[in-house]
Design a protein. Structure first.
Length: 94
């Protein structure tokens, strides 16, 4: 469980860093990604286990790709990221 928290925290930190670099407030990103500001805050702090769908919406609105997650060594995250491009293609075609 502690390892899961560390993974979620690292994902959230990267989302927060890029959001700030893009000059977006939490509330602006939350609005355009169709999530509540409190939910986005919890994601950024590693307190929420973000779904693939919400993760896709956030990274899409940040205009970044899955390369955001390069360097995360956890094999579970790497496996998900390897398949995320296929998930994104499927979602875009829905």
């Amino acid at each position: 469980m502690k390892r899961d928290y560390e993974i979620l925290k690292r994902i959230g930190e990267r989302i927060r860093l890029i959001r700030i670099q893009k000059g977006l407030s939490q509330s602006k990103l939350a609005r355009i990604a169709h999530v509540s500001p409190s939910y986005l805050s919890e994601i950024e702090r590693g307190l929420k286990n973000v779904s693939c769908i919400v993760l896709f919406r956030v990274i899409d609105k940040l205009e970044i790709g899955v390369v955001l997650f390069d360097g995360i060594s956890d094999s579970k995250i790497n496996l998900v990221m390897q398949n995320l491009d296929e998930i994104v293609r499927i979602l875009k075609n829905m």
